[in-house]
Design a protein around this ligand. Sequence first.
Ligand code: UD1
Length: 333
Amino acid sequence: MILLTGGAGYIGSHTAVELIQAGYEVLIADNFYNSRPEVIDAIEKITGKRPEFEEMDVCAPVKVDALFHKYKVTAVIHFAGYKAVGESVEKPLMYYRNDLDSLITVLEAMKKYGVNRLIFSSSATVYGVPEAVPLIEGMPTGCTNPYGWTKYMSEQIIQDVCHAQPELSAVILRYFNPVGAHPSALIGEQPNGVPNNLMPYITQVASGIRPHLNVFGNDYDTPDGTGVRDYIHVVDIAKGHIAAVEYAMKNTGAEVINLGTGNGYSVLEMVKAFERVNKVKVPYKIAPRREGDIAECYADASKANRLLGWKAQYDLDTMCKDAWNWEQQLRKE
Ligand code: UD1
């Protein structure tokens, strides 16, 4: 049975679906801090199988111990964590406490119960301000905000624990920019309040909730002056986790692996693609640069292909279509 901490969240829920469809038994532990109980029903609706579920905070050692005691966990995918960059700057202690505590608590329980496979959600944010693109796993790391540092520190903790426990196998996945939603439009991203990320902002502008998109800077050193990112369909990200679980079953030690497509698209390319694919208007205004943003960030995705046999399948049009289907579904509720 695979334990997904934070498995009701955006990436966790898509991974739960792919795991169940691949024949795995799935156990979700989530406190619904940034997700909803209906997600569990939606996973069941898509797959025809209800995952095991425990509502709990994985920072609580007694509860996590009881969880490992109750279920026969063979691998853990640790998604649980806070993820808003701006909030992490305002509330660093909240971020360090939650995101490091949850990881350490899970690692302690894994050790006690002899669970030796861990997949961890890291982020391309650990590359900081890249010296060059595409980004390769061995390149220098460093962060610009506490959220990023929690990922950076978590990676270090996992490396150290793998060193001390040679039987442990850990795959640290550095996600680039996950977007889109399940093609069923039954699960997707549900940002609280004003979205920070580009795609949810675009979908809310397209649906008329927000008047226009602010494009954060058009004077970067990129082809059209707007920021370039490696957007990747969330179902591809989810499938990357299945490949990582399978890899972890056969290997030991820690591996850091990028999950990206290898393609970079600018903000304006995203807007144009979204408008073309969905036949909607996305009005935008050029705004000042956002603090902490970088010009370009996209992956060298060859390690994932080499080690995991995984490669992103979905193109930009599908990302835009599925993001819009999900937004429209949300507005019907
Ligand atoms: C952001 C986080 C990163 C986190 C990732 C999770 C920052 C600085 N970085 O990455 O740490 O891991 O989300 O998904 O917050 N943009 C606009 N207008 C908007 C929103 C975004 O022009 O309203 C632009 C940004 O300037 C950027 C691109 O769109 O060029 C993508 O932004 P976003 O979706 O926030 O992702 P990142 O900044 O790459």
